[in-house]
Ligand binder design. Structure first.
Ligand code: NAD
Ligand code: LMR
Length: 349
C-alpha cells in the first residue's frame, strides 16, 4: 500500500509521469498537485483500470496538505523548463522558490516520505530540499532525498547501444553517470559500460577516441538537443517522465525488499564528502591536475537502494585518464551549484 504524489502534475513531465505511476502496480493511491488543471488530469487518469486511486488537488482549501497527508513517495517536477540559449542555472531564480515552498509542505505533512527531485537545476534544488528539512526536528534524512539523474543514464544507454550498432539492445546497456545534472557536471563513465563500447575491426585508436569524446558530449548536452528541437516549447518531458517513473519503480521495489538494485542518483554524502574527496585526490593525480579541489557534500554516483532509501553509495571506481579529467572538471561547477542552493535557504530567513 503506497501513496505516491506528484507535485507539478499538470505539466509537461507531470502528466505523462502521473500516467506511468498510475499503471505501476506497487502504487495504490496517487495524489496529483499543481497550481492548475489537476482535477482534469486526475479525472482522466481515474478511468484507467489499474489499482491506484487517483485524486487531484489545487492550492485552495489546503490542497497541498491534503495531497501530502499519508504520502510515502513524493516526486517533484514542478517548475519552469528551459528555452533555447538558457542554462539550467538560469531557472534557479524561479524554481528555487517553488521547490522551497513544496519542500516546506513535505516537511510539514509528509515528513517521512521519499522525495524525488526533478525540478532544475537539480544540483541546487536537492540541497534546497535538504536545507528546508533540516529546519524541522527529525525530518532530514539524507537517505530519503534523491536528485533524479536517470535521464542521463537512459541517454547514455541509448547512445552507446546506437554507437555499438545494436540500437534495439539499449535497455541492456548499463553506463554509470556520475557528478551532477547539468553540462560538464554530467560525467558518463563509458569505460565502465556493460556491455563495453565496441571497437569495430578497422577502427583506429584515434577514431575510437574521437567517437568516445563525441558520445560523452552528446550525453552531457542531451538536454540541449531536446530544448533546441522543441524550439521554445520547453525541454525533455516524455523521456523525463519515463526516467522519473523508472527511478520511482526501482525505489518502490527496493522499499518492498528487492535486493541488489543499483542506479545513480544525486544525493547528500553521509560523511560530508570525505570518502569522495579522497577518491577525487587520486583522480586529480591521474588527470595531472595540481590545484586543490573543493569538498563536495552532494554527488551522483551508483547507489544501492534499500528499504530505507540509500543503502550504499558506491565509489566512482576505475576510470580512464580522459574520464578522470572530466570528473575533476565537474567539481568547481558542482561546488558552486551546491553552495547556491544551501545559501538560498540560509538567506531566506
Ligand atoms: P512545465 O512548465 O510543462 O510544467 C511544470 C508544472 O509545474 C506546471 O504545470 C506548473 O503549473 C507547475 N507548477 C509551477 N509552480 C508550481 C507550484 N508552486 N506548485 C505546484 N506546481 C507548480 O515544465 P516541465 O517540462 O514539466 O519541466 C518541469 C521541470 O523539470 C523544469 O524545471 C525542468 O527543467 C525540469 N526537468 C528536469 C529533468 C531532469 O533530468 N531532472 C529533465 C527534464 C526537465
Ligand atoms: C534534461 O536533461 O533534459 C533536463 O535537465 C531539461 C533541460 O533543461 O535540458
Amino acid at each position: 500500500m503506497v501513496k505516491a504524489v506528484v507535485l507539478g502534475a499538470a505539466g509537461g513531465i507531470g502528466q505523462p509521469l502521473s500516467l506511468l505511476l498510475k499503471i505501476n502496480p506497487l502504487i495504490t493511491e496517487l495524489g496529483l498537485y499543481d497550481i492548475v488543471n489537476t482535477p482534469g488530469v486526475a479525472a482522466d487518469l481515474s478511468h484507467i483500470a489499474t489499482p491506484a486511486k487517483v485524486a487531484g488537488y489545487l492550492p485552495p482549501d489546503d490542497g497541498l496538505k491534503k495531497v501530502l497527508t499519508g504520502a510515502e513517495l513524493v516526486v517533484i517536477p514542478a517548475g519552469v523548463p528551459r528555452k533555447p540559449g538558457m542554462t539550467r542555472d538560469q531557472l534557479f531564480s524561479i524554481n528555487a522558490g517553488i521547490v522551497k515552498s513544496l519542500a516546506t509542505g513535505i516537511a510539514e505533512y509528509a515528513p517521512k516520505a521519499f522525495v524525488l527531485v526533478i525540478s532544475n537545476p537539480v544540483n541546487s534544488t536537492v540541497p534546497i530540499v535538504a536545507e528546508v528539512f533540516k529546519k524541522y526536528e527529525g525530518v532530514y534524512d539524507p537517505k530519503r532525498i534523491f536528485g533524479v539523474t536517470t535521464l542521463d543514464v537512459i541517454r547514455a544507454s541509448t547512445f552507446v547501444a546506437e554507437s555499438n550498432g545494436t540500437p534495439g539492445a539499449s535497455a541492456d546497456v548499463v553506463v554509470p553517470v556520475v557528478g551532477g545534472h547539468s553540462g560538464v557536471t554530467i560525467v558518463p563513465l563509458l569505460s565502465q559500460s556493460s556491455p563495453a563500447l565496441e571497437t569495430p575491426s578497422g577502427e583506429t585508436p584515434d577514431a575510437f577516441t574521437s567517437r568516445v569524446a563525441a558520445l560523452v558530449k552528446r550525453i552531457q548536452f542531451g538536454g540541449d538537443e531536446v530544448v533546441k528541437a522543441k524550439d521554445g516549447a520547453g525541454s525533455a518531458t516524455l523521456s523525463m517522465a519515463y526516467a522519473g517513473a523508472e527511478f520511482a519503480s526501482k525505489l518502490l521495489r527496493a522499499i518492498n525488499g528487492e535486493k541488489g538494485i543499483v542506479t545513480p542518483s544525486f544525493v547528500a554524502l553521509p560523511d560530508g564528502g570525505k570518502a569522495l574527496a579522497e577518491e577525487l585526490k587520486t583522480l586529480a593525480v591521474q588527470a595531472n591536475y595540481n590545484e586543490e579541489l573543493a569538498t563536495l557534500e552532494y554527488f551522483s554516483s551508483n547507489i544501492t537502494l534499500g528499504p530505507q532509501g540509500v543503502d550504499k553509495i558506491h565509489p566512482i571506481g576505475k576510470v580512464s585518464d580522459e574520464e578522470a579529467k572530466l570528473v575533476v572538471a565537474a567539481v568547481p561547477e558542482l561546488a558552486t551549484n551546491i553552495t547556491t542552493g544551501v545559501t538560498y535557504i540560509a538567506e531566506a530567513e
